[in-house]
Design a binder for this molecule. Structure first.
Ligand SMILES: *Cc1c(COP(=O)(O)O)cnc(C)c1O
Length: 415
C-alpha cells in the first residue's frame, strides 16, 4: 500500500472503491468514524423497516398466526444457510440460535460425545474469555476431563494436541491482536491426531472469506452482531459438518431441537440434522433484524471485501506508525496481511484514556485490557478517508496530550 500524502488522496481511493455503494445503506451518524464494527456492527435503515414490519404487522396484526404465515418458525435454518454462504458451508449445516457462548457449550459437548474415549479439550489462554469459561463449564460436568491451554501449558497449540485430545476449541481471528489462524492446517493437524475442531468465527464471519467445508472443519460458532450487523444481542450461529449429523448429540435438548416439537411427546427425540442444535423459542424480532442485515450481505463479493479490508488495515498501520510512532504506540497485529483479520491493534500504556479521547472526537474504536487500542475495519461502511481521519485524530491526541484530561480516565462498565 502506498503511503498517502493527504486526505484528498484518501478520498480519491474511496471514489474508486467498488464497495463504496454499501456505505449509504448504513445509518451512521454524521461526523463519526466508526471503527468498532467488530464489537457491534452498524445499523441499516432496511433493518429498521424490517423490525417495524415484524412488530406492527406480523406480531401486532398476525399475532400467533404469524408463526406459520410469516415463516417465523423456519427463520433459524433459513438464516443459517445464508450465513453458511459467507463462511463456506453448504446448506443444511448452519443454524442461527442462542448466543455464541451457549453454542460453544453445545458444540464442545457434541464433539466430546463423538470422541467418548478421549479426555482432553485444547484451547488458547489468549482466547476470547467466554470460550474458556464455557470450556471450564463443560469440564465441570465431566469428571476426568482436562483443559490444556496454548500459552500456559505449551507455547503453540499444535504441541498440545495428542491421542488423548477429543476437541480443539480455537478462535479463527484473535479478538485482541487480530491474528488469523490457518484453518486448513490446524484442522488437518487435529484430524491427524484423531481430534475434532470447533472454530470460533466471531471475528471472521463477515470480515473475510471463510471456507469451513473446504478446510474440513467439524464444528463452528460465531456472532451475528459484529461484522454481520445483526444488532445488539442478535442470536449467534452454529455449524456442524454433515458427516457428524448422524447420532450427533448436544445436551441442551429443548423442544425446538425435537423432531416433532408440536407433538408434545414425553421424551426427547432429536430432530434430523442441524435443527437439533436449537434449544428453546428463538428471538423472532432479533432474527428479523438479522434477516434484513443478511439481505445486504447476499450482494457482497467476499473476495472484494477481503481486498478492501487488507488495503484499509495496511493503510492504517502505515499512517499510525508514521504519525504516532514516536509516542510509544506498538503494533500488536501481524504485519503480514494474510495473517490478520479485519482489525488493527496497538499497545499504548495509556490506551484507555487515549481511546476515550478518540471517542470524544467521534473516532470510535475500543479498548481491551490491559493496554490495547483496538480498531475494527468493516469494509462495507469504512472508507479510506475514515482511516486517514482516525490516524490524524490519534496523532493530535498524542501530540497535545489531550488524553490526560481526567474525564478520560473514568471507566464505564462496557469498554
Ligand atoms: C464476541 C465474542 C464472543 C461473544 O459471545 P456471546 O455469547 O455472544 O456474548 C464469543 N467468542 C468470541 C471469540 C468473540 O469475539
Amino acid at each position: 500500500m502506498t503511503r498517502l500524502a493527504d486526505l484528498a488522496e484518501a478520498e480519491a481511493l474511496d471514489a474508486a472503491d467498488p464497495l463504496r455503494g454499501f456505505r449509504a445503506r448504513f445509518a451512521l451518524p454524521e461526523g463519526v468514524v466508526y471503527l468498532d464494527g467488530n464489537s457491534l456492527g452498524a445499523a441499516s435503515p432496511a433493518v429498521f423497516d424490517e423490525l417495524r414490519r415484524a412488530a406492527e404487522e406480523e406480531w401486532g396484526q398476525g399475532l400467533i398466526r404469524s408463526w406459520n404465515i410469516a415463516g417465523w418458525f423456519d427463520l433459524p435454518l433459513q438464516l443459517g444457510d445464508r450465513i453458511g454462504r459467507l463462511v463456506g458451508a453448504a446448506a443444511g449445516q448452519t443454524v442461527v440460535a442462542d448466543t455464541t457462548s451457549i453454542n460453544i457449550y453445545k458444540a464442545l459437548h457434541a464433539a466430546l460425545a463423538l470422541r467418548p474415549d478421549r479426555s482432553v479439550i485444547v484451547a488458547e489462554a489468549g482466547s476470547f474469555p467466554t470460550d474458556l469459561y464455557m470450556a471450564e463449564g463443560v469440564v465441570s460436568t465431566r469428571p476426568g476431563m482436562e483443559l490444556r491451554l496454548e500459552g500456559r501449558d505449551a507455547p503453540i497449540i499444535e504441541d498440545l494436541i495428542d491421542e488423548d485430545t477429543a476437541v480443539v476449541l480455537v478462535n479463527h481471528v484473535n479478538y485482541k491482536s487480530g491474528a488469523l489462524r490457518d484453518m486448513e492446517a490446524l484442522t488437518a493437524r487435529a484430524h491427524r491426531a484423531g481430534a475434532l475442531v470447533v472454530w470460533d468465527l466471531c471475528h471472521s464471519a463477515g470480515a473475510l472469506p471463510v471456507e469451513l467445508d473446504r478446510c474440513g472443519a467439524d464444528f463452528a460458532v460465531g456472532c451475528t452482531y459484529k461484522y454481520l450487523n445483526g444488532g445488539p444481542g442478535a442470536p449467534a450461529f452454529v455449524y456442524a459438518a454433515h458427516r457428524h449429523h448422524d447420532g450427533m448429540a448436544q445436551p441442551l435438548s429443548g423442544w425446538w431441537g425435537h423432531a416433532r416439537p408440536f407433538a408434545f411427546e414425553t421424551g426427547f427425540a432429536g430432530a434430523e440434522g442441524i435443527r437439533r442444535f436449537q434449544c428453546g423459542t428463538q428471538p423472532v424480532l432479533s432474527l428479523r433484524a438479522l434477516k434484513a442485515a443478511l439481505d445486504l450481505w447476499d450482494e457482497v463479493d467476499m473476495e472484494a471485501l477481503r481486498q478492501k479490508s487488507i488495503a484499509l488495515t495496511d493503510l492504517f498501520i502505515a499512517l499510525v506508525e508514521q504519525k504516532c510512532g514516536r509516542h510509544g504506540v506498538a503494533l500488536e497485529t501481524p504485519r503480514q496481511p494474510q495473517r490478520r483479520g479485519s482489525q488493527v491493534s496497538f499497545a499504548h500504556e495509556n490506551a484507555y484514556a487515549v481511546m476515550q479521547a478518540l471517542i470524544s472526537r467521534g473516532v470510535i474504536g475500543d479498548f481491551r485490557a490491559p493496554a490495547t487500542l483496538r480498531f475494527g475495519f468493516a469494509p462495507l461502511y469504512v472508507g479510506y478517508a475514515d482511516v486517514w481521519r482516525a490516524a490524524a485524530a490519534l496523532e493530535e491526541i498524542l501530540d497535545t496530550g489531550a488524553w490526560r484530561d481526567p474525564r478520560f480516565a473514568v471507566r464505564a462498565a462496557v469498554t
